[in-house]
Design a protein around this ligand. Structure first.
Ligand code: 13P
Length: 250
C-alpha cells in the first residue's frame, strides 16, 4: 500500500562530470524499477543531473532550502530557484543541518511549510544522537522533532511529505540500527503521526530509514513492517552499491 521510496543524499560530494556520469549510469540501470527513487546532489549539480535524468523515473531533489522566496539572504537558495533547475523534492531537517549549522525545529518548520506551499515534496529528517539514545530519550526526541517540524502543516499536505528516521550515531559510521530497533522507532514515529493527525493518515505515510544503509543490510531493513524506504548517504555515491539498494528484495 505504501510505495517503497529509496533516496540518495549525495551530500557535499562530486563535481559535474562525476555527477552526470553517475546519473546516466543510474538512469539506464534503474529504468523500469517500480520503487520510487530520488537523488539529491549538491545545489551546483542539480541542473545537470536533472537534465541527464530527464525522461527517467528518477526524481531529483535538493539537500536544503532557504526559508524565504527571495531577497537579501546571502548564500541561500530559494524554492523557486530549486524548481527552476529541475528539483521537485527537498530534504529538510537533516541532522547535519541541525547539528553542524544550528537548525532548530522552528526554522525547519518554516522551510517545510514554504516548500509545500511552493509545490516541492519534502523529506523531513528526524533522529536522536547517541547521548539521547543512551539517556532513553529516543521517543521523546523524535516526538519533539515531528511535532515541531510539522507544526501547522495540514493533513491535506501529508501526501507530499516523507519522514526519514536517521539515528545520528548510525550516519556514516558503518553502525546500522538493527532492523528490529529501527522498526520500533518507525512504529513510534507512526504513533506520533497518529497523535498529531489520525491513524488513517499515519498509516499512509512513507517512513524511510537512514544510517549506513548498504546492499547487504537493505533487505533486512525493508523487510520490517514500518520501514518503507531508505535515505542513503555513502552508498548512494557509487552505482555498484546504490543500484542493489534500490533493487532490494523483501
Ligand atoms: P550514510 O548512509 O552515509 O550513513 O548517510 C545517511 C544519511 O545521512 C542520509 O541522509
Amino acid at each position: 500500500m505504501r510505495t517503497p521510496y529509496i533516496a540518495g543524499n549525495w551530500k557535499m560530494h562530486m563535481v559535474k562530470s562525476e555527477a552526470v556520469s553517475l546519473a546516466s549510469e543510474l538512469k539506464s540501470a534503474l529504468a523500469g524499477v517500480e520503487h520510487r527513487v530520488m537523488i539529491a546532489p549538491a545545489f551546483t549539480l542539480i541542473e545537470s543531473v536533472a537534465a541527464t535524468l530527464a525522461g527517467s523515473n528518477i526524481l531529483v531533489g535538493a539537500q536544503n532550502m532557504a526559508p524565504a522566496v527571495s531577497g537579501a539572504h546571502t548564500g541561500e537558495v530559494s524554492p523557486g530557484m530549486l524548481k527552476d533547475v529541475g528539483a521537485t523534492v527537498v530534504i529538510l531537517g537533516h541532522s547535519e543541518r541541525r547539528n553542524s549549522y544550528g537548525e532548530s525545529d522552528q526554522l525547519i518548520n518554516e522551510k517545510v511549510s514554504l516548500a509545500l506551499s511552493e509545490g516541492l515534496e519534502v523529506i523531513l529528517c528526524v533522529g536522536e544522537t547517541l547521548e539521547e539514545r543512551e539517556a532513553g530519550a529516543v521517543d521523546a526526541v523524535v516526538r519533539t522533532q515531528l511535532a515541531g517540524g510539522l507544526n501547522a502543516i495540514p493533513e491535506s499536505a501529508l501526501s507530499s511529505i516523507t519522514i526519514a528516521y536517521e539515528p545520528v550515531w548510525a550516519i556514516g559510521t558503518g553502525r546500522t540500527a538493527t532492523p528490529e530497533d529501527a522498526d520500533a522507532v518507525h512504529a513510534s514515529v507512526r504513533t506520533v503521526l497518529g497523535d498529531l493527525y489520525n491513524d488513517g493518515a499515519a498509516q499512509k505515510m512513507v517512513i524511510q530509514y537512514g544510517g549506513s544503509v548498504k546492499p547487504d543490510n537493505v533487505d533486512g531493513l525493508m523487510g520490517m513492517k514500518n520501514i518503507d524506504g531508505a535515505l542513503v548517504g555513502g552508498a548512494s555515491l557509487k552505482a555498484d552499491s546504490f543500484i542493489p539498494i534500490v533493487r532490494f528484495q523483501r
